[in-house]
Design a protein around this ligand. Structure first.
Ligand code: BTN
Length: 326
């Protein structure tokens, strides 16, 4: 069933209150059987639909639906002027894939749900409907990708600062681009590049932030994520998802545009001040195996500095991951 059929029902149920099948049918101008069919489709989208014989149906916890106008209205004049177009989808395979294949500098893509959300190292990014932030921003550069070294770490800093301004003070950054709270994953950044890697290129900055997964995961099972996780609600954020979208765009747009002028040096201290595992024993998992050492920080390009038996060693590149060591 298409979203044009489902969306009016989702809007009615977004208040989190019970609605009888009869009342829903009357408001939507469809039969109760048609309402039931739509409810089945919503359940297949992994929405936490609850039914009670005497009261009807609800989406447990309710939903804050994305609203293009509210997102744009939440931007400053400066940030608003950098937006070329805001795409707001109910469902897409991946907001990064969408903007990598087409678009202009300043295009933004957000979605309620991704069917093939992309994570780092070829992983799938769990992207259920209506409860998180999935956003991609496209920008164009002429200097090739060398000028963008460290950008994904810088984006982590900008996100942590934006979240701090919204009241979340405990966000840590785990190299290269995980956002954590109390050791649990809150979000991640995936940067993808198209075009001429040595010249005119298009960069897509993808951001995934867990906002409110409680009810969806109560339905699907906590193990579906495969690692310890947290979300903004658990961390005390009570704001609206649209407000969050605006805050993220506001923080990232000017900084991404200006990145080649300053590079990672501008962000290095801020990154290290929020670094998880700094000065601790770590394991670096690379294609060649596991290297043990102590995390020293990052260099001016965002490479990881580790003290190993062989002396200080630098690590960079997409296939490397980091774990707490012994
Ligand atoms: C990670 O593995 O930590 C990075 C996850 C990045 C996920 C975001 S969600 C929006 C954008 N679109 C995607 O397909 N991926 C990124």
């Amino acid at each position: 069933m298409s979203f044009s059929d489902l969306k009016p029902l989702i809007r009615l149920l977004a208040d989190g209150q019970f609605h009888s099948g009869e009342a829903l049918g009357a408001q939507l101008g469809i039969t109760r059987a048609a309402v039931w069919k739509r409810l089945q489709s919503l359940a297949q989208l992994d929405l936490p639909i609850e039914s009670q014989r005497a009261r009807g149906y609800r989406i447990t916890g309710g939903l804050q639906l994305l609203d293009e106008e509210r997102i744009l209205a939440g931007l400053s004049t400066e940030a608003g002027a950098l937006v070329h177009r805001l795409y707001c989808f109910d469902e897409i395979d991946s907001t990064n894939r969408f903007l990598l294949q087409q678009g202009e500098a300043g295009d933004i893509c957000v979605a309620e749900r991704q069917t093939a959300g992309r994570g780092r190292r070829g992983r799938q990014w769990f992207s259920p409907y209506g409860c998180n932030l999935y956003m991609s921003i496209r920008w164009h550069f002429h200097q090739g990708v060398a000028a963008l070294e460290g950008l994904s770490l810088a984006v982590g800093v900008l996100l942590a600062e934006a979240l701090q301004a919204l009241g979340l003070t405990a966000v840590e950054l785990k190299w290269p681009n995980d956002l954590l709270c109390a050791g649990c994953k809150l979000g991640g950044v995936l940067i993808e590049v198209g075009g001429d890697l040595n010249g005119d290129c298009a960069v897509v900055v993808g951001v995934g932030l867990n906002v409110d997964m409680e009810h969806t995961l109560a339905r699907l099972g906590q193990d579906i994520i495969g690692q310890p996780w947290t979300d903004l609600r658990q961390q005390g954020f009570s704001g609206d998802r649209n407000e969050l979208c605006s805050a993220v765009m506001q923080a990232l747009l000017p900084a991404v545009r200006d990145y080649p002028a300053y590079g990672f040096s501008l962000y290095r201290n801020a990154w290290e001040s929020r670094a998880a595992l700094l000065h601790q024993s770590i394991e670096v998992h690379a294609q060649g195996g596991v290297i043990n050492g102590v995390m020293l920080g990052v260099d001016s390009k965002g490479s990881l500095r580790v003290r190993t038996d062989a002396g200080e060693t630098l690590f960079s590149g997409g296939e490397i991951s980091l774990r707490s060591g012994r």
